[in-house]
Design a binder for this molecule. Structure first.
Ligand code: NCD
Ligand code: ZN
Ligand code: ZN
Ligand code: ZN
Length: 463
């Protein structure tokens, strides 16, 4: 039940597009990816992938089909399209920061064929009506597949209708509820989790427990605002939620964890999964004094030691997921005094090159990269037809040039947020092209498909 209807929703969408939009060229969801090194779930096999009407038809050593468009992938690695389960595409009232077109162009450029959008928008994604409205707007603009998280709400009927409308999770934002929910009450959270469990929808959580208020300000520098959100807040939130979750049958996914101790607790619990971001893995709070707003996000960057420990734990397989937490803001908003600067940095276009750099340095196994950026995200969020390059799977593929050297340059981002704490960092390993449902969306530096090429995904629950 979980996700058969994701596929159904896609089919229906594809069908309705065929019916209504005669301008859509059906042939352009057919493509032959020729002579790639293809990820087979364990390692690479040289061969070709034939995609027909958006789905993988065949993966074999040699395919010659002159009737279909061909992309020469010799020298490139073919990975299943990556899945970023934590992005803020904004749009609607916040489209000056990012919109579905620019955010998903950034996704395609970063090798992501599926993204799951967060609900802290204007208006927030806090009802089935608003979720459906968002799905409608996104369908017209998105370049990649996009699904939506919803805000954690208290009413069990609202939870059910969000599930029916296809919400991928209920997001519990502990620093400040996105929709009315008494986050100070364990009982209210327990009730929400129970409701989510009943409709088989996971809860995602921003685990910083500000409630007891550690918020003594030590001045208005970025170091000070970061210091005020100490690691203790994460520990407290994780401990609290694990305790509450024990009483209910509900899956909980912990977003952007920064402490290896959190990863260990989540790993040793049941029905829990963890997520880490490239910035918490690779950057430390030392950068706050030089980069200021460019390195300001929540949870904030930690000490060098904490960062190293998070990276080592992740490299040894303790995290479930790497997500970008792509959180675009305008430079004008960001470049202010620390207490007025909104936290968040863009990440869709830097995540894969940074991780491929670790692979090239032999710090990370490519199989771990695929697990964290694709297989586990698909499993956790019920995307059953994704994350494999096999007959019958969705035709979502990213072609990677593992050797290509580059340097992070935020002025070239497709995202509206043209800044990055990684600016100037040297990388090895780059996206060559990104194929979404059999259509080439991004190729060698350019977006080559039209807006609305991607599909809106709905998590399956029919009540
Ligand atoms: C996010 C945003 O800007 O929406 N900011 C951030 O620093 N991560 C919110 C969030 O993910 O907590
Ligand atoms: Zn009710
Ligand atoms: Zn968060
Ligand atoms: Zn976020």
């Amino acid at each position: 039940m979980e996700s058969s209807s994701v596929r159904t929703a896609q089919k229906n969408l594809a069908r309705s597009k065929k019916r209504t939009d005669t301008a859509v060229d059906l042939d352009d969801r057919n493509i032959l990816v020729k002579d790639a090194d293809i990820w087979n779930g364990r390692d690479f096999t040289r061969g070709s992938i034939l995609i027909e009407e958006g789905r993988i038809k065949r993966v074999t050593r040699r395919i010659t089909d002159l009737s279909v468009r061909t992309i020469d992938a010799s020298g490139l690695k073919a990975l299943p399209g990556l899945i970023d389960v934590h992005v803020h595409l904004r749009d609607m009232g916040l489209s000056y920061k990012e919109d579905f077109a620019t955010g998903t162009a950034a996704a395609a450029a970063g090798g992501f064929t599926t993204v799951l959008d967060m609900p802290n928008t204007l208006p927030p994604t806090d009802s089935a009506r608003r979720l459906i409205e968002k799905q409608k707007v996104a369908a017209q603009k998105t370049y990649v597949n996009v699904g939506f998280h919803a805000a954690a709400v208290s009413d069990s009927h609202d939870i059910e209708s969000l599930a029916v409308a296809g919400a991928f999770s209920l997001k519990l934002y502990l620093p400040k509820p996105i929709a009315p929910l008494d986050i100070e009450s364990d009982h209210a959270i327990e009730k929400m989790m129970r409701g989510a469990g009943r409709v088989e929808t996971p809860v995602t959580v921003h685990a910083e427990d500000l409630v007891a208020g550690e918020n003594s300000s030590h001045g208005d520098s970025f170091e000070a605002v970061a210091e005020a959100r100490s690691p203790i807040l994460e520990t407290r939130a994780v401990d609290r939620l694990l305790r509450i979750q024990k009483k209910v049958r509900c899956k909980v996914h912990y977003c952007h964890l920064t402490l290896s101790s959190s990863l260990r607790k989540v790993r040793s619990s049941t029905s829990t999964t963890s997520e880490v971001t490239p910035h918490h893995l690779l950057l430390s709070k030392k950068l706050l004094s030089s980069l200021g707003w460019k390195a300001w996000m929540v949870p904030p960057l930690r000490s060098e030691e904490t960062m190293r420990s998070l990276l080592n734990s992740t490299l040894s397989g303790l995290s479930s997921v790497i997500a970008s937490d792509h959180a675009p803001h305008t430079i004008k908003e960001k470049d202010q005094s620390a207490s007025s600067s909104p936290p968040g940095v863009p990440g869709l276009e830097t995540t894969l090159p940074l991780m491929l750099t670790l692979v090239n340095r032999q710090q990370m196994d490519l199989s771990l990269l695929v697990k964290l950026l694709c297989e586990n995200p698909a499993r956790i969020f019920g995307l059953k037809s994704k994350a494999k390059l096999r007959r019958g799977a969705d035709g979502d593929v990213v072609l990677v040039d593992l050797k290509r050297k580059s340097r992070v340059d935020s002025s070239k981002f497709f995202s509206k947020a043209k800044f990055s704490p990684f600016d100037g960092v040297k990388t090895q390993g780059a996206v060559h092209s990104t194929i979404v449902g059999g259509r080439v969306v991004y190729r060698e530096g350019a977006v080559v498909a039209g807006e609305g090429s991607g599909f809106v995904l709905r998590r399956g629950f029919s009540g």
